[in-house]
Design a protein around this ligand. Structure first.
Ligand code: HGY
Ligand code: MN
Ligand code: MN
Length: 411
């Protein structure tokens, strides 16, 4: 690929990432949630980049921006990722997959010779699931399996997803039109930062993903008895926050005991009537449980629920545990893995295979077509953190590898 200059591409990628990274709901931290004004701003910017790259751009009812480069055949290779972020996010998680797709499509648009298939670059708006408890709404809609019951979910301000769609300028009745017709999508490929330390540890810029970890999300709520912090004897308390604290440590201990097979995280806790001098009567928390093995994850969930129930009984706490997400491990297509491995080699890398502990839109897209993922090294393995960083050189190699993959792809 004499006409591909990874260093120049990497410099362009860095400039695009920095520009997109400045589109935020807040001045002092990066926050872009689904169907928010910041999402609109990011979608407008991505649209401009896609038009500049010579793509035909459309947008569906869930705000997915789709840039199409027509090919001589009807099938399309889908390349995408998400432009929504977590709270106080890094700039690369999601956006680099969209930027990489645009730069690769730009390369073929300028090559002047049509590929035997089209390319669709997709910018999804709901991968992180920050605004609504469900997630992957936009990629699920493209893949034809949107869950219409999620339209009734409400955000922290009580705005339903249906209302958010309307406020964004769209109409929920148009959601079915977002789905790809059967037989059009040949494959879905996502380029994403690794969000872990393996590539850096192995001194490799790129890696090929073999599977995306399964996830179980539990919402755990305790009902105790609110009381005066100064007057209620310790033995007479039904302290919901102390029960929640024990639950957090139970998740951590049980996950550590699996020696890496399962990871468990409590990242959010809510104490509605929190006050320093009040024994908490009601507390809710979320538990994020993941594993590359569905058997191990499900066994962990059963054991964890049993321990939490026994603890709640001991503390005389009311308890409700609801499963808000249960996603099986998603394997990446072997032939796509092989194509990406050949592409990594072509740009001078060693095609390490990694499983992804992070979730991705590929999980939703796998119900539509075969999927693959290319990982890019990120500094310190840090992600979901403003310190998240991928070098221009590594990003340039990733786009060069993606271009090589596309050149060898046979739908
Ligand atoms: O949670 C995840 O793994 C993804 O970043 N949404
Ligand atoms: Mn993320
Ligand atoms: Mn991501």
């Amino acid at each position: 690929m004499a006409d591909v200059n990874p260093a120049a591409i990497g410099a362009r990628a860095e400039q695009m990432i920095n520009t997109l990274g400045s589109v935020s709901a807040e001045p002092n931290r990066l926050l872009r949630t689904f169907l928010s004004p910041a999402h609109r701003g990011a979608a407008n910017l991505v649209t401009k980049w896609m038009v500049d790259a010579g793509l035909t751009v459309s947008e569906d009812a869930l705000g997915t921006v789709r840039g199409t480069l027509a090919g001589s055949g009807a099938k399309r290779l889908l390349i995408g990722s998400h432009i929504d972020t977590v709270v106080e996010a890094g700039m690369f998680d999601g956006p680099f997959g969209v930027v990489a797709g645009i730069l690769a499509a730009d390369h073929f648009a300028k090559a002047g010779r049509p590929l035997p298939f089209g390319i669709d670059v997709l910018a999804f708006g709901d991968e992180e699931g920050v605004r609504y408890s469900a997630t992957l709404a936009s990629s699920s809609a493209c893949a034809g399996h949107f869950d219409f019951s999620t339209l009734e979910l409400v955000d922290a301000d009580g705005v339903s997803l249906a209302e958010a769609i309307t406020r964004y300028g769209n109409n929920p009745v148009d959601i079915p039109a977002a789905a790809y017709a059967p037989g059009i999508a040949a494959a879905y490929v996502e380029v994403h930062i690794e969000q872990g330390p393996v590539l850096e540890y192995r001194n490799q810029p790129l890696g090929v993903v073999n599977s995306i970890a399964g996830q179980t999300y539990l919402n755990v709520e305790f009902l105790g008895e609110a009381g005066h912090a100064g007057t209620v004897p310790m033995l007479l308390r039904r302290d919901a926050l102390a029960g929640a604290a024990e639950t957090i440590l139970t998740a951590e201990r049980m996950a550590r005991d699996t020696k890496g097979e399962v990871v468990g995280t409590v990242g959010h806790i809510n104490v509605p009537a929190a006050a320093s001098n009040v024994i908490a009567g009601n507390v809710a928390l979320t538990v994020d449980i993941r594993s590359g093995s569905d058997t191990a994850r499900n066994a962990f969930v059963d054991g964890f629920k049993k321990e939490v129930r026994e603890m709640a009984d001991r503390r005389h706490l009311g308890l409700s545990i609801t499963t808000t997400r249960n996603v099986p491990t998603t394997p990446c297509d072997i032939s796509i893995q092989d194509g990406l491995a050949a592409a990594v080699k072509a740009v001078g890398g060693e095609p390490l295979k990694l499983s992804s502990g992070a979730g991705h839109d590929g999980t939703a897209m796998a119900k539509l077509c075969p999927i693959g993922m290319l990982f890019v090294r990120c500094r310190g393995g840090i992600s979901h953190n403003p310190a998240e960083y991928a070098s221009p050189d590594d990003m340039g190699l990733a786009v060069a590898a993606l271009i090589h993959f596309i050149e060898g792809f046979e739908p």
